[in-house]
Design a protein around this ligand. Structure first.
Ligand code: ZN
Length: 455
């Protein structure tokens, strides 16, 4: 086996296969894939813009936290690839830390970007119950005779037990992560990871609808999985912070690269066409990725001499900069990912409001986290009820509220509120004590009525 220290000029690390996955592999195999991806992306952008959480601008955390159950599939050929359980747990912790903006190195973020830095309110945990209902540590281990899964023409082999890989756990219930050797045979190169973006199921090309589900998830090279992985040496030392999975999870939840996959710096390219950007206003337009320039904070690929133009945000997880300087997502990136939790990864994540888990539309004490489509449509809940001051109304994350109205028992409209998201709080302190009816109208036309007692 060639060690990375023996790499010669011309050998290369491909930080992420996303561009290839989107533009070549999938689009060629399944024409229409890009169009379907774009449709959901635009829908999520629109959803996010209508569910803007005001507190985010104040640098506060969202009230609703989404927690994804994760299964890590270790697919190993050599013993060194069979990663230690502690390293795996450390990686899951890094994912949650970075998505919650709890990373200590967030202090490295330049002050010009502080106003847009965001806690995405998304967490990850190793699943504790397997698809058969048995206890699990959320890790599978598969010994394979396949020495590498990095071939760009066969990316999904690691996801299939008949081709040397490991079948996914149901991808609409678990977030699957495959960890394997992604070195590229013969070239000595390596890819670090890739992910499939969320696609709205009805928009999938018909020939793909029955096959795509088993491929959902992210794939990461075993040498860059886990923070301070001792194997992330040589060329791979640019990715030794456990942030390749953070980047790939961003793709899994719909994010694009901040330069929009336009210019290729390795070919000397810069492309500042705003139509080839990432779709967000709060990431400065970038003309190429930052892999070649590492942590250079003077990089400004699309300035054009404008004194108001911001430099490239090399601190963003969705750039290719060295991982030691990747420290943040932005508010719009966070909003898009949270929209995708609702629209594209529907029903997968456990939902917590003020640290209380919602199951079957009811609030429960923290218990075993199995998730598994716990929330069904049409099961809104009001709490506390009775209430004297304030009520919180929540409904399944897979439907969108349009209007909330409160009626007296005489049918007189006494209050209304526009739902901000799947959790809405209403001040009822001015209502007279007595019985009321709360009407929740959803965008699909369904109305739900729940009795309310004002104390
Ligand atoms: Zn990427």
């Amino acid at each position: 086996m060639i060690s990375l220290s023996q790499f010669t000029v011309g050998q290369h690390v491909t930080k992420c296969y996303e561009d290839h996955v989107l533009n070549n592999y999938f689009e060629q195999s399944y024409p229409g894939f890009q169009e379907a991806r774009e449709a959901l992306f635009l829908k999520a952008l629109d959803y996010a813009s209508h569910h803007a959480e005001d507190h985010r601008a104040k640098q506060q955390s969202p009230d609703t936290i989404y927690r994804f159950p994760v299964v890590v599939h270790i697919v190993y050929n050599e013993a060194a690839e069979n990663l230690d359980e502690q390293l795996i747990q450390d990686q899951i912790n890094v994912l949650t830390r970075d998505f919650r903006r709890q990373n200590a190195d967030t202090s490295d973020l330049r002050s010009i970007f502080l106003p847009v830095a965001a806690d995405a309110g998304i967490e990850f945990f190793l699943a504790d119950i397997d698809p058969d209902g048995n206890p699990t540590n959320g890790i599978t281990r598969t010994n394979t005779s396949t020495t590498s899964f990095g071939s760009i023409t066969s990316l999904d082999l690691v996801k299939d037990s008949t081709t040397g890989g490991k079948n996914a756990w149901p991808t609409d219930e678990y977030l699957n992560i495959w960890v394997c050797d992604l070195s590229i045979p013969l070239l000595g190169d390596a890819a670090l990871g890739f992910a499939y973006p969320p696609i709205e199921a009805p928009n999938w090309p018909s020939e793909l609808q029955n096959t795509q589900e088993q491929y959902e998830g992210i794939v990461v090279h075993y040498k860059v999985f886990g923070p301070n992985n001792p194997l992330a040496t040589g060329l791979l030392s640019i990715a030794d912070q456990g942030r390749t999975p953070v980047h790939e999870m961003g793709h899994y939840l719909g994010l694009r690269h901040i330069w929009g996959d336009a210019g290729n710096p390795l070919l000397g390219g810069v492309d500042c066409d705003p139509n080839l950007d990432d779709g967000f206003d709060d990431t400065p337009n970038a003309g190429n990725n930052s892999q070649a320039t590492g942590c250079d904070k003077t990089k400004n690929s699309c300035g054009g001499g404008d004194p108001n133009d911001l430099p490239d945000m090399i601190e963003n997880y969705m750039d290719y900069s060295t991982e030691t300087c990747q420290v943040t997502f932005t508010a719009q990136q966070a909003g898009l990912m949270r929209a995708m939790v609702v629209l594209g990864r529907t029903g997968m994540a456990d939902v917590y409001v003020n640290d209380v888990r919602i199951v079957d539309g009811k609030f429960r004490e923290n218990g075993p986290s199995t998730n598994l489509h716990a929330l069904e449509a049409g099961k809104s809940v009001i709490y506390p009820n009775p209430s004297a001051e304030e009520i919180t109304i929540t409904w399944p994350s897979n439907i969108e509220g349009r209007d909330i109205s409160i009626y007296s028992v005489a049918g007189i409209h006494v209050a209304s509120s526009i739902p901000q998201r799947e959790v809405t709080t209403i001040d009822i302190s001015s209502l007279l004590p007595g019985h009321y009816m709360v009407q929740i109208e959803f965008t699909n036309g369904i109305k739900e009525f729940i009795p309310l007692i004002k104390q």
